[in-house]
Design a protein around this ligand. Sequence first.
Ligand code: ADP
Ligand code: MG
Length: 711
Amino acid sequence: MNSPLTLRELDAIDVSRLNGVGAQRRAALAGVDVETVFDLLTYYPRRYVDRTAQAPISGAAVGAEITVVAEVLSVTSRRMRGGRPLVTAEVGDASGSMSAVFFNQAWRERQLTEGRTVAMFGKVDSYRGRKQMTNPVVDLLGDRTGKIVPVYPQSETAGIATWDIASWVAEARRRCAPRGIADPLPSDVRTRLGLITRAQALDDIHEPPSMAARAAARNRLVFDELLRVQLVLRGQRLAREAHELGIAHEPSGLLVTAFGERLAFGLTDAQQRAITDIDVDVGRGRPMHRLLQGDVGSGKTLVALHGLLVAVQNGHQGALMAPTEVLAEQHYLAVRDLLSGLAVPDPSRLGGTRPLTLRLLRGGHSATERREMLVEIATGAADIVVGTHALLEESVEFNSLSVVVVDEQHRFGVAQRARLREHGRSDGRMPHLLVMTATPIPRTAAMTVYGDLDVSVLDELPPGRTPITTEWVRGPLAAEAMWTEVRAEIESGHQAYVVCPLIAESESLDARSAEQMHDELAAGALAGLRVGLLHGRLASADKEDTMTRFRAGALDALVATTVIEVGIDVPNATVMVVLSADRFGIAQLHQLRGRVGRSSHASHCFLVSDEDPTPIAEERLAALEASTDGFALAERDLELRGEGTLFDERQSGRSDLKLASLARDLEWVQAARDVAMDLVKSEGDLVALPGLADEIDWFASRRDPDFLQRS
Ligand code: ADP
Ligand code: MG
């Protein structure tokens, strides 16, 4: 075999085949997910030391930010007053010497041993007449030469140094050279996008002759990563279209009409568009896979309900699933009000109708109650069932489930999806799936992580809403002024939420802190008012009772944990106080804020920060203060967090994008998507491009099964 090497082939060569990789090194590499030559070649440098831009120590101007490459001459370490360690290294190059000082980095003494060559990046200052850098970025270069030296993410604990990796990468490339690296991308696509070959890119990313060459290499490799994802998505989509069976519904009918007529208001254009999308989907004999995305308060519930009613109207059942019991109860109560008194066509009865039956299935039912409910679900007597993901348990059997609505996508994983398929009917037809999320998804993510779903967006709020004013509350004086405002707002007849921070990953600790806060406020800032308490540890009946009283206006303020994050809808509540707001993420704060501003009354959101928020936390609070636009906030969030967390939420896929960044590479995401559409117009089109087809096949088989393989 002398054809150029494919990624599949590179992925079949164990790293232990390289010189110097014995059992111990092999294990260490496995610890950083490098097991094959493919892994190694795509273990990309974290940074580069550009020696063409390095300055001689003697020429470095005080105040400038520069890179010097120098030898360690001596190292000393001492304790300052208070016991903090101070490490000082003298370094020198051919032109002169300077010192580097490190505060609180005692380990530097071991790292910077005499005679080592290091690159230091930092600002030059002057101390007692000598040049000095304080806490510079340090890269150990070993004896590596070259104009641009790659610095690999290394593992101190595993004992792998950047030069070890560099030498293995170099060896791998050398040994691949005779056969070369295959390039499956059609050359016309490559030229059109101005991309270099894969072989060139893999060379230049590891050993760039110039920073411009490195940029070109990155472009090519980023494109490859994104194209693979897009082609997998495309393939799954086409396969689904060709093979999955769903239940075709007649979207219009008496039940849906009656529901529309009872609403006190007209639908927004956005709601109308989403409903039309759903009608088209459920009208076809293919299961719907749709994401309904809309900012808090945009009216997703009505749209979802429409889908469920279409199922019922056609003689099937609908299920509405929420991530927690509290939310399921919330949905149940909201939906119960909206559906009360509706009748379902039933030719077997006098008058031809029967009342629509809605059920909430939850823990805490008595055995008898539960059994009765399961019978109703199994016989089809229950039309719409609300619950948590426990609805997908084996003991729950539907007569004919045809539309499933899931609230909050990222908590609905593969396992649930698989079980949903099992809930498909005996004739192999699958329920239609609508996923609702209030989490605005940045455009790049919508095209990748969520790329397997069709999307409807509610980009418009119902009319008559007054925007929420948001204030970041810093310091005890400001907090005092805030409580005065909160009391005034309550005295004018409105209600307030007070959200307590997450203390730990433990529900019981959070509950305790909420309890404490409740007692403190009831005796202090909110004394004399009717203050309720809500957290995950309360019995269902207590939670429901508290919510009912709050909704009815029998409570002035509700002290709660983040259980109120989504779904709760009390238009008279106009104040949201979030304590220790710096501990929450942007998305979560935005969700919490969405609990107010649900009527024409002006609403306020107070974000109370702890004493010393981190700079990032300050950025987050500033962002929320500046904007109520969920999409703008999501983009900002992505900038601040990087895309890692986005994938973490889906527990998936991170390793698929080693170089590409969803925060920065929108253009390449778009380009990859266009190319994928262009190359694969119908199932089997990739056959004409065997190299690419094989690569996608390999890629799909090796990846985290939690990613993109949900359908
Ligand atoms: P979301 O779930 O998207 O946050 P909801 O579905 O809970 O929003 O709706 C928020 C509030 O707006 C509810 O009180 C709902 O009854 C109301 N609402 C929904 N659609 C409209 C509309 N078209 N006009 C007026 N009010 C609406
Ligand atoms: Mg809602």
